[in-house]
Design a protein around this ligand. Structure first.
Ligand SMILES: Nc1nc2c(ncn2[C@@H]2O[C@H](COP(=O)(O)OP(=O)(O)O)[C@@H](O)[C@H]2O)c(=O)[nH]1
Ligand SMILES: Nc1ncnc2c1ncn2[C@@H]1O[C@H](COP(=O)(O)OP(=O)(O)O)[C@@H](O)[C@H]1O
Length: 205
């Protein structure tokens, strides 16, 4: 069985990762979506096991100690991490999986899965980014300032990614990501077909 593709969607907080990923979820049902664990409190409407696995700091530290996380990061005072088993099992079953995570965690995933496809979502401008974070209304003013200064630093990490996708409009950004997925699937198929052809030639020789 060929392993599935590992896709990572990252970018600064407030750029629209969650929004674009939800849209992708509606449009692309042949992708598996990884659910992260976090110590942050659930926002209104968020459901444990669907949006996140909401855990205490002790529970999260226990997951770290058991090496149950593929990566984790402390972000604006809370832990966020990707449960390892689910990702490994999905890839082993040949299915493609997408992780929607912040940039530090994405780079840690890259160390472990350099063959992954790393997509950086870019805001149309920093002004628009601040408006989106403020407009969402989930953060206090000091947290917004903190997130903005983190965001400016995070933009520098774009060079480690395979693709940059501007999130000007949700539909357009989603479409660009779908094009990347199609292209990467074709590339993988061509690569595997090439390997099979080589094997056949060497077996004949
Ligand atoms: N490293 C890492 N980051 C994550 C994970 N899950 C979510 N994040 C990121 O953590 C940041 C904060 O997430 P959240 O509190 O839900 O806020 P929001 O995404 O800005 O609405 C976002 O950039 C998420 O993409 C994870 O498993 N690992
Ligand atoms: N293309 C877009 N145009 C306008 N607003 C957007 C766009 N994408 C996301 N948003 C809004 O920006 C805010 C932050 O989006 P969110 O998905 O929570 O970001 P992230 O997950 O990257 O932190 C939300 O209020 C969302 O509705």
């Amino acid at each position: 069985m060929n392993r599935g593709l590992l896709l990572v969607l990252s970018g600064p907080s407030g750029v629209g990762k969650g929004t674009v990923c939800s849209e992708l979820r509606r449009k692309q049902d042949d992708l598996i979506y990884s659910v992260s664990a976090t110590t942050r409190a659930p926002r209104q409407g968020e459901v444990d096991g669907v949006n996140y696995f909401f855990r205490s700091r002790e529970q999260f530290q226990d997951m770290i100690a058991r090496d149950a996380l593929l990566e984790y990061a402390e972000y604006v005072g809370n832990y966020y991490g990707t449960p390892r088993d689910f990702v490994e099992r999905t890839l082993d079953s040949g299915k493609d999986i997408i992780l929607e995570i912040e940039v530090q965690g994405a780079l840690k995933v890259k160390e472990k899965f350099p063959e992954g496809v790393f997509i950086f979502l870019v805001p149309p401008s920093l002004e628009e980014l601040k408006e989106r974070i403020t407009g969402r209304g989930t953060e206090a003013a000091d947290v917004i300032d903190n997130r903005m200064s983190v965001a400016v630093e995070e933009m520098n990490l774009i060079r480690y990614y395979d693709y940059a996708v501007v999130n000007d409009e949700i539909d357009a950004a989603c479409h660009r990501i779908q094009c990347i997925i199609t292209a990467e699937r074709c590339r993988k198929d061509r690569f595997l077909a090439g390997l099979a052809a080589k094997k056949e030639t060497s077996e004949k020789a």
